[in-house]
Design a protein around this ligand. Structure first.
Ligand code: AMP
Length: 137
């Protein structure tokens, strides 16, 4: 898509610090990293989010993530990483070309990572799980 920033990177119209590329997948450094080495992994076929990615493409992306993440971690001397996909504006997705963030993490890097959580009332989790199962059937 001509107005998609990530499609433009794939097409070579915009610069990027590429770390890995195959026929179907591209990985490059995030221009505004959370931590040093923050990498984005994208399918080359445009899809706004994960629900639009073909089976073959998501498989290729998953294999790339598994291979790339340890290299990113090693390159910056991190001890772990967050693997993140924001899906939809309400979830923080700013670029509408599906992408997975690999964010290397070091102890005491000060970035933190805590969701606000809650507990289900009695019976609610079972009811909700059943509803989701129904939608998947
Ligand atoms: P998200 O909020 O999940 O949509 O994340 C979009 C990410 O894309 C952000 O972390 C941006 O810093 C990153 N980003 C946007 N434009 C570029 C670009 N031209 N090159 C590299 N990363 C980019």
């Amino acid at each position: 898509m001509s107005d998609c920033v990530f499609c433009r990177i794939i097409a070579g119209e915009l610069p990027a610090a590429k770390v890995w590329e195959s026929q179907s997948v591209l990985a490059f450094l995030d221009i505004n990293p959370v931590t040093e080495g923050h990498t984005l992994v994208i399918p080359k076929s445009h899809a706004a989010d994960i629900t639009g990615v073909s089976e073959e493409q998501i498989w290729d992306v998953a294999l790339a993530l598994r291979a790339i993440a340890p290299a990113v971690v090693d390159a910056v001397g991190a001890q772990g990483f967050n693997l993140l996909n924001n899906c939809g504006g309400v979830a923080g997705q700013a670029v509408e070309h599906v992408h997975f963030h690999i964010i290397p993490r070091k102890s005491n890097d000060g970035r933190g990572y805590r969701w606000i959580t809650f507990n289900y009332d009695e019976g609610v989790a079972d009811e909700l799980a059943s509803k989701i199962r129904g939608l998947l059937a």
